[in-house]
Design a protein around this ligand. Structure first.
Ligand SMILES: [Zn+2]
Length: 211
């Protein structure tokens, strides 16, 4: 015999899957919804449903959006000669909130992490290559180059991923068609871009160095 009704157990199990949520917090969240008089559970369920139905990945940058091409990629105000490569959509949010960057983004979907079983195949390196070539195709051969700004986190995995990206564009780098830069390490090792404040991001971006 179980102490809790099955439906409550199921909800606790689902909440426990959330990042940073342990079984105790998951139980507290479940009880919050049981006690709530305002149909909060229904609101949560429909918000999640709506998100699942409407949110997709931008076909150019793989940021989350509800359109085929996101607002950043389709904006005529953004510089197409700069492509900032980040790990996760939340890193884009951090840059955008701090309003320090006027180029385009590319969301890799994570970092190379052998410990977590994430290899090159799991990340969007092929799409990144394709995107850079697309952007190069839009410019005349002897015209502007594309700057690929590597903005992975200053962690071991972030560094490994940065090296992989540099390798990926070795040829284009040699031909002078791309320029590769890495965010300045104003960010402490192990820091998460997602939580960096505006000034730190601004410094990291302004102090970026060429490879
Ligand atoms: Zn986009």
């Amino acid at each position: 015999m179980s102490v809790l009704p099955k439906s409550v157990e199921q909800v606790i199990e689902e909440f426990s899957r959330l990042p940073g949520v342990g079984p105790k917090s998951a139980s507290r969240m479940a009880y919050h919804y049981i006690r709530s008089p305002n149909k909060d559970a229904t609101k949560l369920a429909s918000a999640l449903n709506e998100m699942e139905e409407n949110v997709k990945y931008c076909k150019h940058c793989f940021n989350v959006t509800d359109k085929e091409v996101c607002d950043i990629c389709s904006s005529p105000l953004r510089k197409k000669s700069k492509l900032c490569v980040v790990e996760e959509p939340l890193d884009v949010v951090a840059f955008e909130n701090s309003a320090v960057y006027d180029g385009l983004y590319f969301v890799l979907g994570g970092v190379i992490s052998p410990a977590e079983g994430i290899g090159e195949e799991e990340l969007r390196f092929k799409d990144l290559e394709k995107r850079v070539n697309e952007l190069l195709g839009d410019t005349k051969e002897d015209e502007v180059e594309i700057e690929v700004i590597i903005a992975t986190n200053p962690s071991l995995e972030g560094e490994a991923t940065a090296s992989y990206i540099i390798d990926l564009f070795k040829g284009l780098l040699k031909e002078g068609r791309v320029k590769i830069t890495r965010l300045a390490m104003g960010l402490p090792t192990g820091a998460d871009l997602e939580y960096a404040d505006r000034l730190t991001l601004k410094r990291a971006l302004e102090g970026r160095r060429g490879i």
